[in-house]
Write a protein that binds this ligand. Structure first.
Ligand code: ADP
Length: 253
């Protein structure tokens, strides 16, 4: 198992945001985490990505406990979280954002020590390697034609896709996506669906959270439904979505 989450709990003061959550992710699958607003989805993803520390419980990555690693250390292990709304620089182009996002990739290629030597310029050949990598990822995320556009000119869907592309530069084995479809129109969702299926076929395992069932219901192989911080159903996505307790949670019963 790639990721094994055991008895994960996160309390904020008196509020239990994530309660005894347990699930596993196998290599190569798309896992959906559903739940109404406030059910603990983002907190769960942030715990896995090292952004938050669990109150109790364990997160095993390939059998090793990563629950106390920093987000950077977690990303170095191959687990990368993309943000719901990436913070972009309006006056920088798509490819310039990609170059900024390369820093982790460079660290992996060269080691942090060598990164310091880059301040005076890239070693011969590395810049070409990175540009190749950037072009590959832009093509995979269907952003090649917007390579030289300013971020300010991107649609909302384009901005979110750039966030995914920047995450992909870290060469994740597991990509954690926080509501990638929220706020997107019909065509943008179809595009996102196709890109995420392509990422899967390139060997990336995906864990995606969503508070709506439509998009992720079609995409996820398996799903976990959260309600009030706890898992109320898990298994094949169609079975989870048909589960009575899941239907009731969505209807507010
Ligand atoms: P979801 O992503 O499903 O909408 P969240 O994980 O964001 O849910 O939140 C779960 C619960 O934890 C909510 O009640 C939310 O208000 C609370 N919460 C999330 N983050 C914090 C925080 N940093 N401090 C206090 N409460 C928080």
């Amino acid at each position: 198992m790639l990721l094994d989450v055991k008895s994960l709990t996160k309390r904020f003061g008196g509020l239990t945001a994530v309660s005894n959550v347990a699930f596993g992710i196998e290599r190569g699958e798309i896992i959906g985490i559903f739940g109404p607003n406030g059910s603990g989805k983002t907190t769960t993803l942030s715990l896995i990505a090292g952004i938050l520390k669990p109150t109790s419980g364990v997160i095993l990555w390939k059998g090793n406990d990563i629950s106390n690693l920093s987000p950077f250390e977690v990303a170095q292990q191959g687990l990368v979280k993309t943000f719901q709304n990436p913070q972009l620089f309006p006056e920088l182009t798509v490819v310039e954002h990609m170059r900024i996002a390369c820093h982790l990739h460079i660290k992996r290629e060269l080691g942090i020590g060598r990164l310091r030597t880059l301040i005076g310029g890239m070693p011969v050949g590395l810049d070409r390697l990175l540009e190749q990598k950037i072009d590959q990822v832009l093509a995979l995320c269907r952003l090649s034609s917007q390579r030289n556009e300013h971020a300010a000119a991107l649609s909302y869907g384009g901005e979110k896709m750039l966030g995914v592309a920047m995450g992909m530069l870290c060469e994740p084995e597991l990509l954690l996506l926080d509501e990638p479809a929220s706020g997107l129109g019909h065509d943008e969702i179809a595009n996102l669906d196709a890109v995420l299926r392509d990422l899967k076929s390139h060997g990336v395992t995906l864990c995606i959270i969503d508070h709506k069932v439509g998009f992720l219901g079609r995409l996820a192989d398996r799903s976990i439904a959260l309600h009030h911080g706890a898992v109320i159903a898990s298994g094949k996505t169609s079975d989870v979505l048909a589960d009575e307790s899941v239907v009731a949670a969505y209807l507010g019963k």
